[in-house]
Ligand binder design. Structure first.
Ligand SMILES: Cc1ncc(COP(=O)(O)O)c(C=O)c1O
Length: 376
């Protein structure tokens, strides 16, 4: 059997990793400024992370959601404490798309409505409702194209007001910082006004923090820069540092009923062990603060690079837009300078390293990047 060939692949085979460094099968080391697409939060192969998952595996790896699993409550408690959402409730699942799919289902159950408002350049995943509210027609199959959705320009309050005035909307879904959209930050004014309007209109305000959450922005959640409290928050990526886990944080006003949501694998012991290890390391090593400081330093420095058209983002979620296509630049960084970066479309480089990136590693990148840009 061959693999169903859906991914364009670099000719690179990582076999081990440590902190912010990946090593390939030829023994070549790369600085990881991509974090496996914003997934690696506490760094590769962190000893506490490996120990906690390993120890758990020796006890019990999996049973179903029909029995007690105190690790789920422990994870919810710790997540509540670190994020500032102690009074919210947590539904555990396995991926970002699944978290959004469940958040949208929840909003529809609660309001009895079907219409979802999302925004231009959004990406919310590939399951049916999540992909339907993703602003990319190329990945929406006819079977997904049945959802009642409206895609609006970002930061446009008039458009949002008009859409909500129909009284048909179940939820507004927005990324804390747009990831696939190229690290676009919604304006705090817009976030505050949208949050107020949703409350007035009994529409759920859902924050997709799958990429921008878990400390990546330099706050636990990116929307916390706007000082708002959404009804629902979705998380995944950094939550498990590579172990598949996702979650839906639900405001206490919304009550569950048995069978409302469900999943086989969500919240299993190994996923909880991974999720707990991540939060414990984040707390102990002050990784949210590190993302704020090191990310802030990088953003400040990068804005002085004349070759970059625009620097966007917050913390360690940085988008660098160029006038020219960046394919050659990214390849040069990877194969000549041994630095892994991400990309959006044709003109944006994305920097999404582990949140443990040191000042020294950041400086190494900045020096190399400056030299490479001068020689392009
Ligand atoms: C903002 C956002 N939402 C949802 C998803 C989907 O997550 P997953 O690939 O885990 O389904 C992604 C993935 O890139 C994302 O960036």
């Amino acid at each position: 059997m061959n693999l169903f060939d859906v991914y364009p692949l670099y000719d690179l085979n990582p076999v081990s990793a440590q902190g912010c460094t990946i090593t390939d099968d030829k023994g070549v080391e790369y600085l990881d400024l991509y974090g496996g697409h914003a997934v690696i939060s506490v760094g590769h192969s962190h000893p506490h992370y490996m120990q906690r998952i390993g120890d758990q595996l020796k006890k019990i790896g999996f049973y179903s959601n029909s029995v007690q699993n105190p690790m789920q409550a422990e994870l919810a408690k710790k997540l509540g404490e670190l994020s500032g959402y102690q009074d919210y409730n947590l539904f555990l699942c396995n991926s970002g798309a699944e978290a959004n799919e469940n958040a949208l289902k929840l909003a529809s159950f609660i309001t009895g409505k079907k219409r979802i408002v999302a925004f231009e350049k959004s990406f919310h995943g590939r399951t049916s409702a999540a992909v339907a509210v993703t602003d990319n027609p190329k990945i929406i199959a006819p079977i997904n194209d049945v959802h009642d959705r409206v895609i609006l320009p970002l930061n446009n309050m008039d458009a949002l007001q008009k859409a909500l005035s129909t009284g048909e909307v179940a939820a507004v879904l927005i990324e804390g910082i747009q990831g696939v959209g190229g690290c676009r930050v919604p304006s705090p004014d817009f976030m505050q006004a949208a949050s107020r309007l949703c409350k007035e209109m009994n529409v759920l305000f859902i924050l997709d923090e799958i990429q921008s959450g878990y400390g990546r922005s330099g706050k636990f959640f990116a929307h916390q820069y706007a000082g708002i409290q959404p009804d629902v928050i979705t998380v995944a990526k950094g939550m498990g540092n590579g172990f598949p886990i996702g979650g839906v944080l639900v405001a206490p006003d919304y009550k569950p009923w048995h069978g409302m949501l469900g999943t086989t694998f969500g919240g299993n012991y190994l996923a909880c062990a991974a999720g707990l290890a991540v939060l414990e390391i984040m707390e102990l090593e002050h990784l949210v603060e590190n993302a704020y400081t090191v990310g802030g330093f990088m953003i400040k420095e990068l804005t002085t690079f004349s070759q970059i058209k625009e620097v966007r983002g917050k913390g360690l979620m940085i988008g660098l837009e160029f006038d020219e296509p960046v394919v050659a630049l990214r390849k040069k960084l990877l194969f000549e300078e041994k630095i892994f970066t991400g990309v959006t479309g044709t003109h944006v480089i994305r920097i999404l390293p582990p949140l443990s990136l040191s000042q020294k590693e950041a400086s190494r990148f900045l020096e190399t990047f400056s030299r490479v840009l001068k020689n392009m």
